[in-house]
Design a protein. Structure first.
Length: 299
């Protein structure tokens, strides 16, 4: 499971490519953190201390403007880093700026386990908006990691042309570069959904995304909105055995929608999306802690 060097190389490689957008979420009613600083290129690394969490904002180019990649870090507690036992650190990425529950849940885990939480901050909405040469564009930032995904998301939300696709590709590379500053052994993303809109059930037999899944488990009496979406069979089996809902992506047949799960699968890098309903902060934090235990046991 130690793929740090491999992932560092993979993150530097060009993305590949076909389309289909998954459902959008509604704005998160839970407030975002406003306790960070903007760090310019010449003073990145000057952080703010909030409890045990240190937060730095890294500006990245987005067309003719810029967005912010916010990096939260916390040390691994001494008890978890003692000789003979080193806890698997959190290294998570949030791409949708309206999915704040996932960030708050991850920060709860960050304080307990240490590591990093990286979030894309731009408008408070799901999609990013940018300009190139005076023309305005819009894209889903979780559909920007392959050429086909960029074409699809730009075409469905604004206009797909060469300059917009080039700007979006450069933006995707910049976001990944910040996230992989400490190369993750597993690409771990954070997402929220709305009740009965998008869930593990969306991948069941006859459901809209059934063809993207190699396996689906929804346990009786659980909320299918809270689930893991993974590309690695061993991780899927371990999470299901712990009683969690999970979807295993069919890495050979999954639609190229430009998402990180497709990007990671094509590079043989394990990927896990921790997905929970808006407002399910405690449930999502518990999912993250369980995932870290699974990853710790498998390395």
């Amino acid at each position: 499971m130690r793929l740090a060097l491999f992932l560092a190389v993979a993150l530097a490689a060009p993305a590949c490519a076909q389309p289909v957008d998954k459902p959008a979420a509604v704005p998160d009613p839970y407030p975002r953190r406003a306790d960070s600083v903007i760090a310019r290129a010449d003073d990145v690394g000057a952080p703010v201390d909030i409890d045990s969490v240190r937060t730095v904002d890294v500006p990245v180019p987005m067309g003719s403007g810029e967005a912010v990649v916010r990096v939260h870090t916390a040390p691994i507690p001494d008890a978890l880093g003692s000789p003979g036992f080193e806890a698997f650190p959190l290294n998570a990425l949030n791409l949708h700026d309206d999915e704040g529950t996932s960030v708050e849940a991850a920060l709860d885990v960050l304080r307990e386990r240490g590591g990093r939480v990286v979030e894309l901050v731009h408008s408070g909405d799901r999609n990013v908006r940018f300009s190139v040469g005076g023309a305005r564009y819009e894209a889903d930032p979780n559909r920007m990691f392959t050429p086909a995904g960029r074409t699809r998301t730009l075409g469905s939300l604004s206009t797909a042309d060469e300059r917009a696709e080039a700007a979006l590709a450069a933006f995707a590379d910049s976001v990944l570069a910040v996230y992989a500053a400490e190369p993750p052994a597993v690409v771990l993303t954070l997402h929220n959904n709305t009740d009965a809109n998008y869930s593990a059930a969306s991948y069941g037999p006859g459901a809209p995304y059934a063809s993207d899944a190699a396996a689906v488990t929804v346990h009786n009496g659980t909320d299918p909105d809270d689930f893991f979406f993974v590309t690695d069979r061993a991780i899927y089996d371990a999470l299901v055995a712990r009683g969690f809902n999970a979807v295993l992506q069919d890495n050979d047949a999954a639609t190229d929608d430009g998402s990180l799960s497709v990007w990671a699968a094509r590079r043989a890098v394990p990927y896990v999306n921790v997905e929970a309903q808006h407002g399910h902060r405690e449930e999502q934090a518990a999912m993250l802690l369980a995932l870290l235990d699974v990853l710790d046991a498998q390395r």
